[in-house]
Design a protein around this ligand. Structure first.
Ligand SMILES: NC(=O)c1ccc[n+]([C@@H]2O[C@H](COP(=O)([O-])OP(=O)(O)OC[C@H]3O[C@@H](n4cnc5c(N)ncnc54)[C@H](OP(=O)(O)O)[C@@H]3O)[C@@H](O)[C@H]2O)c1
Length: 294
């Protein structure tokens, strides 16, 4: 199986690259601005960029598209850039899938919902609140309208191993390990279902070999708000100079509206893959603790 992973220098794409390789797939992972030893340059915004790696020669059977502008507050004031990086990049990636008759996997988000309900299932009504969310939904719709063999995997609060260590748990644990003073002001009313990127990669692999298609919500058993998530990290790596202050989202004046009671139900996936075991935040933090105390 030839797997093209667009955005393999990032959190989800990097984990896909590692897992698919371990499973014996022939992989081509790409980066855009952040070169890694295992990736090649590809710009989804310009398929004619002369620096792009040769996708024709690779002839992908499956494309996992991980690129997007994920800075939700920035997207509110940069609507065109958000459209380009999230919607147009997907339109371009879908064209590649069509050309090679490849399966297409798209990573989407619980932000397509309004956060009134939580534990969203694949059949719940969407109602995106902000620019990023609307563009993620527009990208989903383009895929569904133009391809038949596709997977839309909705995820949220992703954590795990990544080269840049930029996800919430990685950043917090690293900063706490440095034992520097930290004051965290976090929303206590934004709930989600954190998921390990390694599990997202495993789930995509399972879905792909089972020839699954359509929308799937990927989530573990954790259901935590941001304060609880930070407290979990604190319980492993905290010290006396870390303070965690809980506030309401309204007090933060964030430019983009958030779905407050977010998070996904993975009931559909779990019913189809009853042997699949999801890690939770404690599993990951225990491993991280062992690794960092060596
Ligand atoms: N992380 C989460 O909590 C979360 C939650 C819900 C949904 N998602 C979705 O999951 C997907 C992956 O997220 P992530 O956290 O793994 O993001 P990430 O770590 O920021 O990775 C994004 C990847 O896309 C690449 N990229 C950016 N612009 C590109 C371009 N013009 N052409 C080609 N590649 C480009 C980046 O390359 P460089 O870094 O090399 O520039 C990077 O490899 C996104 O679609 C996101 O919306 C993530």
């Amino acid at each position: 199986m030839n797997a093209l992973i667009l955005g393999a220098s990032g959190l989800v794409g990097g984990n896909c690259l590692q897992h698919f390789k371990q499973q014996g797939w022939n992989c081509l992972g790409t980066h855009f601005g952040f070169e890694t030893s295992e990736t090649s340059f590809y710009n989804t915004l310009d398929p004619n960029d002369s620096n792009n790696v040769d996708i024709e020669g690779f002839n992908p059977d499956i494309i996992v598209h991980c690129g997007a502008l994920t800075w939700v507050d920035y997207c509110e004031d940069h609507v065109e850039e958000s459209y380009e990086k999230t919607v147009q990049s997907t339109i371009n990636a879908v064209s590649i899938a069509k050309k090679f008759n490849a399966k297409f996997v798209y990573l989407s988000t619980d932000y397509v919902f309004d956060g009134a309900k939580g534990f969203y299932t694949e059949t719940d009504d969407v109602n995106p609140l902000g620019v990023y969310a609307k563009h993620k939904l527009a990208a989903e719709q383009h895929i569904a309208n133009n391809l038949t063999d596709y997977l839309i995997c909705r995820i949220t609060n992703v954590y795990g191993d990544e080269i840049r260590g930029k996800n919430f748990i990685a950043r917090l644990s690293e900063n706490m390990l440095k034992r520097e003073p930290m004051e965290l002001i976090l929303p206590v009313d934004q709930y989600a279902t954190p998921v390990n990127a390694a599990d997202v990669a495993r789930a995509i692999y399972q879905l792909s070999i089972a020839q699954g298609s359509g929308i799937y919500h990927l989530a573990s058993t954790d259901y935590l708000n941001r304060v609880q998530l930070a407290e979990r990290v604190y319980s492993y790596f905290g010290h006396e100079q870390v303070s965690i202050k809980a506030v309401n989202t309204a007090q933060l004046n964030q430019p983009a509206k958030r779905p407050l009671i977010g998070g996904m139900s993975a009931v559909k996936f779990n019913a189809e893959f009853p042997d699949f075991r999801w890690a939770n935040v404690d599993d990951y933090l225990s491993v991280l603790k062992k690794r960092t105390s060596k």
